[in-house]
Each structure stands twice: as C-alpha cells, then as structure tokens.
Design a protein around this ligand. Structure first.
Ligand SMILES: [Zn+2]
Length: 493
C-alpha cells in the first residue's frame, strides 16, 4: 500500500503502520536514529515506535528510503506574503517603506489588504508551512501594511484555515501601543498610544477565549505584543498577567535590532530584556525572537527566568547578522526553538544556515552539530510551548509527523539521515505530513487549496501591495526607485 491510497486531509480509520529506512525515535529523553523502523499511528496519537509492531493494524505502508521525523515546530512562522525579501538588498529601512513617514501618519494609515486578502494569505502560507514539514506554527506577519494591529476577523479566518488544512497553530492577533515614525531622512521617533495597545490586548484575550481549543485542540491561543519598542510597561505587565490566567505563551520580539536597542535605551535607559526583568515580565511563557543583539547580561536573564529564544538564522544571515551565539545559549542552558520568519518558510534551510552561522560565530563543531539544530526545531519548540507531547515520535505523543525523502536525486549521496537532510538544506524533500493523525500534506498538495492556482493569486495580491509602497515611503518615490532592479533593464528599440 502507498500513501496515495489515504485520503488527503483526513485521519485514516484504524491503525496505520508506516515503515521506513529511517525513523527519528524518541527514547530516554532524546532523539535516536532507528534504522528500518516502524511508526504506528492511531487516531491523533503515536501508538508505537520501534522495529516492528506486533499488534493488528488496518494498513501497513512501506515508505522506503525516507526519514520519518517528528513534525517541525515553527515559533515565528511566516504567515503573510513576505515583504522583508523586498528590503534585503535595498536599504535603509526608513527609505524602503518599513518605517511610516510622517506624511503617511497624517494622511491616516489604512489596511493595504482587504479582509479577503488577509484571510487568503494566512491560508496560503499555512499550506506552505505544511509543504516544508512544519506541523506546529506560531504565525508572524508584518504590521507595516496594516492600519494598526491585526484583527479578530482575520484570525478567525486563520483558525478556520488551520482547521481546514490540518495545521497545529497558536493564534492571537498582534497588538501594539506605539509605532516608529520617520520625521526626516534617517530620523525615527517612537509614538505611543497606550489606550489603543490595551484595547488590542483585550481584543486578543477575547479572541483566545472564543477560539482556543477549536478543531480538537489544533487551535491554541497566544498573546503577541508586536516588538518590544512599541510596547509600554503597563501593556506588557497586563499581557503577562493575562497569559498566566489563560495559561498560554507570549511571543515578543526583542534584543533583535539596532533601532529597537536605541529606542529602548532612549526611553528606559537599558536594553529590552533588562527593562522587562525590572518589572517582572521575563518568565517561562515568553518566547523571544531573535536575541541577535542580546548582551551577555541579557542572556543571563533569559537563562535565569526560563525565556525561550526563537532562532531564525535565514532572515538575519541575509543581512549579515546572526545569533552570537547558538553555542553560548546552549552553554547557558537557554531553551532554543526555531522559526522561519521569512520566505521561503523552510525550516530545513534554517537549520542548515544555523549550523553554518554558529560555526562562523566561533562555536565548536560539537556544539553546532546538525542534531542540535534539529533538537531546537523539534524538542526546543515543544519545550517553549510546554507541550511534551509534541516534537518527538514516542508512544503517547501527538501524531505530528514529517516524512522527508532521502532518495532525492539532487541530495545524493546519502550519509547519516539527519546530516543528509541538513546538508541538503531544503525542505522541498518533504514528502508527506501528518498532523494530529491527519494526512495534511502529500507530494506538495494540501486539502482544500490548489497550490498552483493559489500561487498565481498570491502573486497578484503581492504585486498590488508593492504598488502601494510609495504611499508609506519617505519622499514617496516610485516603486522602481524604492526597489531598483539587480541589473539595468535591457530595453531594445
Ligand atoms: Zn521575527
């Protein structure tokens, strides 16, 4: 029998045994490599991981030369049509539509996508995550093209999309108490509206109360204050209190950028992690992308208070920055999870770059071995979410599984399977994904969305957004001036 006989988007009836050349099995507190192994799924759970299951099964599927892996956990999961790629080779950010100019603020910021477009881009990006072997996601999207924060309507649609596609998600509309405004070329000012931020928090709490637990628990809640420099002490204090009451994680970007560092220094006289520690807002619920500018003192506070770092190597490597360092965080005992953050939302590529950047940062070969990055993308994410039933293939764990093709012609020759995957540096070898026991992705196809058609719609939508960039770019230059081409166009007469 083959996977094609299973219904896409459905949970197979009875027990399904998957056997393969390689299985990442979890035993005695860590991942183990199991050669010629078998994983048995029953309903939403893993029933068995080992050499051969003795009991009855409804079907046995021989997957051949693949790696059966725990599904990957994405703590900063790209959930829009990525705009950071526009600015990678064109800077500075204030001149490229990534800081609102005064004129745009005066005109009145507005939603640059319709409600339909916001819903579509979430669903499309959720499908992309599944295609990359990601089974758990905490979505992240830009607020630059928004009127202010994210909306409940859009997140209700996101919850529905996650349920329809079969992706495990932690959702909460992002809110903020302020924003940066460009008042002159290169001059950035923080402007605050705390009441608006607190209203955003209340809205997010309402969303979590109404949506968490939907689709057999596939949808969970989180609180997502956007960027530390746009938050106030009252907003963060209330966020942490609400997260405690709701028993959900909080994700907050901090210690990640120079503009953030300068702004927080000017406002509070210290770094963001030290500012939060000062009013008791660092704790084990906090997931903090990206720590690329964290000082030793900041990291000590993370370790002391059990903060998890969401490590997203690709988006930083592109601009010449990195976490310094992966090995140092490990030595300090800080829990590291991983995120994709940018396009392509490819966790395998992020693991590969994570290994390379850590070695460039001077970490030892053993500290930066591929298995540590693989641990971060599985067990680290599960620890950040306090979900010991995720990120591992072990009897009793959730049946969240990624199947990676080890026979890909472009990824030859094969060595150790984890090394092969990470050296190959591409999630495109993801063959199938199960989430909560459902077959959510097979050979690049998901249930309820035709990917080739969706790709065309996504491009049309993205092009529409790019055409609006002059409105929120300092001096309102033409699109071609904001994002010049790599080579001059050849215009033949
Ligand atoms: Zn991020």
């Amino acid at each position: 029998m083959t996977l094609n006989k299973l219904k896409l988007g459905a949970r197979p009836e009875g027990r399904t045994a998957l056997n393969a050349r390689w299985v990442v099995a979890h035993r005695d507190g860590g991942h183990r490599l199991l050669e010629n192994g078998e994983v048995v799924i029953e309903r939403d759970r893993i029933l068995y991981v080992g050499s051969r299951f003795d009991g009855d099964v409804a079907r046995r599927i021989d997957l051949g030369n693949v790696l059966i892996s725990p599904g990957l956990i994405d703590l900063d999961a790209l959930s829009d049509l990525d705009t950071t790629t526009l600015g990678v080779d064109c800077g500075p950010a204030w001149a490229k539509g990534r800081v609102w100019p005064q004129s745009y603020v005066e005109r009145g910021p507005y939603e640059m996508y319709s409600q339909d477009e916001l819903a579509f881009q979430k669903k499309f990006s959720f499908a992309q995550l599944l295609c990359n072997g990601i089974t758990s996601a905490l979505p992240i999207a830009s607020l630059f093209y928004r009127e202010w924060g994210e909306t409940v309507a859009e997140f209700e649609a996101a919850a529905q999309a996650a349920g329809d596609l079969g992706l495990r998600v932690w959702l909460g509309p992002a809110y903020r108490a302020g924003g940066m405004v460009c008042t002159a070329p290169g001059v950035l000012e923080a402007r605050f509206d705390e009441a608006r931020g607190l209203a955003g928090l209340d809205t997010a709490i309402g969303f979590v109360n109404s949506q968490a637990g939907r689709f057999d628990g596939l949808v969970q809640g989180m609180l997502a204050p956007d960027r530390v420099e746009t938050c106030t002490e009252a907003l963060l204090t209330r966020t942490m209190a609400a997260a405690h009451d709701l028993d959900i994680p909080v994700r907050l970007h901090m210690a990640q950028g120079q503009m953030e560092y300068d702004t927080v220094q000017a406002l509070h006289g210290t770094s963001a992690p030290q500012w939060l520690a000062g009013f008791g807002a660092l704790n084990e619920r906090l997931i903090a992308p990206h720590a690329t500018l964290a000082t030793d003192d900041d990291l000590k506070l993370y370790a002391e208070h059990g903060v998890s770092v969401a490590h997203c190597p690709l988006v930083f490597a592109r601009s010449g920055a990195m976490l310094t360092s992966f090995g140092k965080l490990l030595r300090l005992g800080i829990n590291i999870g991983m995120g994709t953050d940018t396009a392509p939302p490819d966790m395998v590529l992020n693991m590969a770059i994570g290994v390379m950047m850590a070695r460039m940062a001077g970490d030892s070969q053993t500290e930066t071995a591929p298995e540590h990055l693989f641990d971060a993308a599985t067990l680290g994410g599960a620890a950040a979410l306090n979900r010991p039933d995720l990120g591992r293939l072990e009897a009793g764990a959730k049946a969240d599984v990624a199947v990676f093709d080890m026979s890909d012609a472009l990824m030859a020759p094969q060595v150790d399977p984890i090394r092969t995957l990470i050296l190959g540096a591409s999630g495109r070898v993801t063959k199938a994904v199960f989430v909560d026991g459902r077959l959510s992705m097979l050979d690049g196809q998901v249930s309820g969305m035709e990917m080739a058609e969706a790709r065309i719609r996504a491009q049309r939508q993205f092009d529409g957004l790019v055409s609006k960039y002059p409105e929120r770019t300092w001096g309102h230059p033409k699109v071609e001036e904001i994002f010049p081409p790599t080579y001059p166009f050849l215009n033949e007469e």
